[in-house]
Design a protein around this ligand. Structure first.
Ligand SMILES: CC(C)(COP(=O)(O)OP(=O)(O)OC[C@H]1O[C@@H](n2cnc3c(N)ncnc32)[C@H](O)[C@@H]1OP(=O)(O)O)[C@@H](O)C(=O)NCCC(=O)NCCS
Length: 237
């Protein structure tokens, strides 16, 4: 994982293209506006080129980043889609195409200088990242979240609004932590998990499970992210 060495990326003048013209894409555009960056447009496989998302045009489908060398040279890219597998795929394809990812962090975020941040991360307003925490590439962190001391969040996770991760929590790759969920310190949540809104996680959760409640209990397998079901997910995309 490429790190920023604990330094928050400064507000900049980069021109940004956002992969995903839905709600998360609009949030990425707001982060660009809040940090002085220009949004050139969105890439979206389901929206018509030339149509707009809050006044900003859809330029074409995702693979424009691979086909348009001039766009790659002029812009930085962020993947703003909720599907963790799709995010993972496009982080890889962007890197393979030689394009540049950008990390977007709202100016109100309090981030310890000793925290480590991967590329292609979004962090929404009023979140706190505590000392020694590490956030993997392509994670999306909504507002008012708390990422506790020495917490490790692996790539392409999503932490929803007001979730709080206790000291040394470990979140496996691609997991989704629901709004208002809280983890007890030293908890491990496996990869590909989905933790329900307002849950309190007091025991480790194995990989690829949906868990919810206070205390959180496993409800079922999270088939959408389990590799055994990944092919079906890709076909439905
Ligand atoms: C956990 C979750 C994924 C379960 O969804 P689901 O698989 O469709 O489950 P269901 O709604 O069928 O509920 C199954 C059972 O779990 C319980 N349950 C569901 N969500 C729960 C939660 N957050 N806390 C406690 N219990 C919950 C239901 O009451 C039900 O219990 P029952 O079988 O005794 O009746 C979903 O409820 C959830 O919380 N998603 C996260 C939403 C969120 O945080 N979004 C953030 C905005 S981006």
């Amino acid at each position: 994982m490429k790190r920023h060495g604990g330094q928050l990326p400064e507000a900049g003048t980069e021109r940004v293209v956002i992969l995903g013209g839905g709600a998360l894409g609009a949030m990425a555009a707001d982060l660009c506006a809040a940090t002085g960056r220009e949004v050139v447009g969105f890439l979206d496989n389901r929206k018509e080129p030339g149509s707009c998302v809050y006044g900003t045009p859809i330029l074409g489908p995702f693979d424009l980043v691979e086909r348009d060398a001039a766009l790659r040279a002029a812009c930085h890219f962020i993947v703003a889609v909720s599907d963790a597998l799709l995010r993972l795929e496009w982080l890889g394809r962007i890197a393979a195409a030689g394009a540049r990812l950008i990390t977007l962090i709202h100016p109100s975020v309090a981030c310890s200088p000793s925290a480590s941040l991967g590329d292609g991360i979004m962090i929404l307003p009023f979140t706190t990242i505590y000392p020694g925490a590490s956030i993997g590439e392509g994670c999306l962190i909504e507002g008012h979240a708390g990422v506790g001391p020495e917490v490790s969040v692996m790539p392409v996770c999503m932490l929803a609004e007001s979730s709080v991760l206790g000291h040394r929590t470990h979140i496996g790759a691609g997991s989704f932590i629901g709004a208002g969920a809280v983890t007890r310190p030293h908890i491990t949540i496996g990869e590909g998990c989905l933790i329900g809104a307002n849950s309190t996680v007091i025991r480790d959760i194995p990989p690829f499970k949906v868990a919810a409640g206070s205390p959180a209990r496993v409800l079922r397998d999270n088939v959408d992210l389990d590799p055994a079901h990944a092919e079906r997910t890709r076909q439905n995309r």
